[in-house]
Design a protein. Structure first.
Length: 203
């Protein structure tokens, strides 16, 4: 698979949940988990998992938005939709009907964060242990506050991104922050920079 079909997410630094998501030469502001980006994610740590994952399907509030043409399977959210986040449940990390005896999130929310949701294929084939659940792409809060582990976008940006996602698109969450990509100059680099700045009139 080429990077043209990989949605790459990277935090700006280890001290912030703010980051960028890029796909096919385009990029969008996003925010990740308030618990950071972790390779050892567990349920309830508010961290976004490191790795590369498929995108499963779209859920949306058809009373609040018009879904653009998309390639991923999609269906409206109902008031009885929930997502199980209880590792003890046989329905862990699955869409469930509510009311439900197991711990779950409500998909029908008043704050608008789940008006548009893309389910990420993390710990779902099959769900195991307490490695985390309900990892989505969804709508960010106005201040881009950190999520509970999801990747969140401004509403208009997520609507722009959706038509670009196919059944083959994968989400790649990088473990290193963008500010770690800028390596300090070596001594040799600094020595060569002196020659670049040299001007004969200085003699």
């Amino acid at each position: 698979m080429t990077d043209e079909n990989v949605l790459i997410v990277q935090a700006d630094s280890a001290e912030t949940s703010l980051g960028w998501a890029s796909l096919g030469g385009r990029r969008w502001r996003c925010t990740v988990g308030a618990g950071g980006i972790r390779e050892d994610k567990v349920e309830g740590d508010s961290a976004t998992p490191v790795g590369e994952f498929p995108l499963r399907r779209i859920y949306f509030r058809n009373d609040r938005l018009v879904l653009p043409r998309v390639a991923l399977p999609a269906r409206p959210i109902s008031e009885h939709d929930g997502w199980c986040d209880d590792p003890r449940s046989p329905s862990y990390n699955r869409l469930v009907n509510i009311p439900n005896e197991w711990s779950h999130e409500k998909m029908w929310r008043e704050d608008g964060l789940y008006d548009l949701v893309v389910v990420v294929g993390y710990n779902d084939d099959p769900p195991e242990g307490e490695w985390g659940s309900a990892i989505f792409l969804h709508i960010a809060r106005d201040d881009y506050a950190g999520t509970q582990g999801c990747v969140a976008f401004a509403r208009e940006d997520l609507l722009e991104l959706l038509p670009l996602l196919t059944r083959d698109t994968r989400l790649r969450v990088l473990s290193h922050a963008a500010n770690e990509d800028a390596q300090p100059r070596s001594q040799e680099d600094e020595r060569m920079k002196q020659f670049e700045d040299f001007d004969e009139k200085d003699w």
